[in-house]
Design a protein around this ligand. Structure first.
Ligand SMILES: Nc1nc2c(ncn2[C@@H]2O[C@H](COP(=O)(O)OP(=O)(O)O)[C@@H](O)[C@H]2O)c(=O)[nH]1
Ligand SMILES: [Mg+2]
Length: 357
């Protein structure tokens, strides 16, 4: 079979190609094939003699090369299947790589895996009929060639999945079962400073916008439970011209948040007017009606608005204890009643059965 005809599918578009490659800069397919053929080459059957030994060695080569390649393809697919990713991770990947790109790459690897399995079974059957060392050697060589062409054919898919893997590695893994506070707002308003105060995360703080280029997660004890606090890049709220960092932040608000902590900077030292910030808060309330949004004003050490929102300062710590309590209460309200720990006999903070509003 000629190489290019291995799968009969048309050449793919440019978006699938790129510079992922293996860590050593060589095609991933070559690394897989080297490993497989090297292992197969070391095949050495015990206890057999003469022509029988020759046939058995060929059989080992057939079985091993195919098994190693299929295992490699599976290892690269398995961590990126729908079941292995959270919904939030799937959304992030869809947004960064195009909807369906991951699924297509996975499908092609699966197909290659199946075809390689078929080829090796066929070679096994032929081996029984093959006579003489030349025929046997030719049969193994032909199989290697076919396996190689299938694996090279999926090189763009292997690279695409490698890019997805690296992308996800740089992003926090959120436990979908743990309550998540997503901290969002305009750039420079003090989100990262607040996250550092509220959680174990130590995000970069600086007075220029988009310091936080990707999402960063920390843990905090809010009530009886450990919660995740997610710091996000700033959002300017221009729907049509948002950069990838902003899009990621909005994705987090929409798909990862149990509660959104919307941070406003009334001092104006962030460089954005109060009205712009209020406008985004209003829009999010309208756009994400299912997500509770708690608004907080920060930098109270240098300015307060008198709007009645809770005011805090990451500099002095003012208002932080109160803010934590509000977050705790919000998370507690959102928990299904069955998941709540039993109330102490002496506490009367919530009526039995109520409180899940
Ligand atoms: N005075 C004062 N400055 C703050 C406070 N919180 C943050 N800042 C400053 O505001 C700038 C932006 O802070 P950062 O946390 O990186 O904001 P982010 O871009 O929203 O994450 C930095 O220079 C911080 O030092 C605060 O409570 N008080
Ligand atoms: Mg930040």
């Amino acid at each position: 079979m000629p190489r290019s005809a291995a799968s009969g599918r048309p050449p793919r578009g440019r978006e699938d190609r790129g510079a992922a490659r293996s860590p050593h800069g060589r095609p991933i397919a070559s690394a897989i094939l080297d490993a497989a053929f090297h292992r197969a080459h070391r095949a050495s059957p015990h206890g057999a003699k003469g022509s029988d030994r020759n046939r058995r060695r060929a059989l080992l080569k057939i079985v091993r090369s195919s098994a190693v390649v299929r295992r490699q393809l599976r290892l690269r697919s398995a961590p990126l299947t729908d079941e292995k990713l959270t919904e939030f991770q799937r959304r992030l990947v869809d947004r960064a790589f195009g909807v369906g790109a991951r699924a297509r790459a996975l499908r092609r690897l699966k197909t290659a895996e199946r075809r390689i399995e078929g080829l090796s079974r066929e070679a096994e059957r032929e081996l029984h009929r093959a006579e003489g060392p030349e025929r046997i050697a030719a049969l193994v060589r032909a199989l290697y060639g076919r396996i190689a062409s299938h694996v090279h054919e999926v090189e763009p898919d292997l690279e695409a999945l490698e890019r997805v893997r690296r992308y996800l590695k740089e992003r926090p893994t959120l436990d979908p079962a743990t309550p998540t506070v997503v901290v969002a707002g305009f750039p420079n308003v003090g989100k990262s400073s607040l996250v550092a105060r509220l959680s174990t995360a130590r995000p970069k703080v600086a007075d220029y916008p988009f310091t936080t280029l990707a999402l960063e997660v920390g843990h905090a004890d809010l009530g009886w439970d450990r919660s995740q606090i997610l710091d996000t890049p700033g959002v300017l709220g221009r729907k049509s011209r948002r950069n990838p960092a902003e899009a990621e932040a909005e994705e987090a608000v929409e798909h990862a948040a149990t509660v959104v902590l919307f941070v406003l900077d009334p001092s104006g030292s962030c460089g954005y007017s109060r009205e712009e910030q209020e406008e985004l808060a209003r829009r999010w309330h309208a756009e994400y009606p299912g997500v509770p949004i708690i608004e907080v004003e920060t930098k109270s050490d240098i300015g307060v608005s008198g709007s009645g929102r809770p005011a805090v300062s990451a500099k002095t710590g003012e208002g932080l204890a109160d803010l934590k309590q509000r977050l705790e209460a919000a998370l507690r309200r959102l928990r299904p009643a069955t998941e709540l720990p039993p109330l102490e006999p002496t506490t009367v903070e919530e009526a039995p059965g109520g409180g899940a509003g």
